[in-house]
Design a protein around this ligand. Sequence first.
Ligand code: SAM
Length: 250
Amino acid sequence: SDHSLEYPASPDEIDWDTHYPAFAGSGEKPEFADVGCGFGGLLIALAPLYPDTLMLGTYHPMLLSPLCASEIRVQVSQYVQDRIAALRASSSAPPTTSTAGSLAASATAPGGYQNVSIVRANAMKFLPNYFSKHSLSALFFLFPDPHFKIRKHKARIISPTLLAEYAYVLRPGGVVYTITDVKDLAEWMKAHLSAFPLFEGVDAETLRAEGKGAILDAVWNSTEEGKKVERNKGEKWLACFRRIELPRAV
Ligand code: SAM
């Protein structure tokens, strides 16, 4: 349950300066959200590539999943916080202009990981408490818990009700990235996102042509769950969707 968690009434109540001290006073808010960020691999891969973009991982400490059985959730969130703190401490470079897409950037870590943070939050209930309308340009659902049993499908993070919230927090033109190694879940996510009037499938080539290749590579390779699938030689299904301005006929 969510009883032990406190939630902000709205994104305006959040003190983003404590999350991103190097950006204090800038008025910047998170623009990338990794829902179910696990051990934080995606955020840590993207941080140096987009040093001027604030990123927030959300993470649910109470949920145990069959996929992440080894994760002791409360401790994981401390682990990610410590990981970010250590990276910030060991990388003192000041934030620089974005060099998105450059591999060299990842080696030298411009920005010093000042632009990443995480919150414990049940994203299925409280996402709009953290992200205001149209504030996000990227929303990530990477290897979400599959909830295999039919009666558990309502617990899936992609569902018709929740898609309305995702469309609300994403700005038109923003992208939802999904990846999973569970074929049934891949089909489920694709079916629901394709059927929602404010989302439209967008293929990887199009996104690469827009300069989002580094994001796709990170989605594919950088998360701990994704690496585990790679080690086990499992299959991965990637699907991306654009938040469009006006509802299309479906
Ligand atoms: N994305 C990570 C990766 O690829 O390594 C972690 C994947 S793990 C299978 C699923 C993650 O989703 C866990 O970190 C879990 O805490 C999180 N999660 C599950 N349900 C959630 C919810 N309702 N709100 C926020 N996070 C949730």
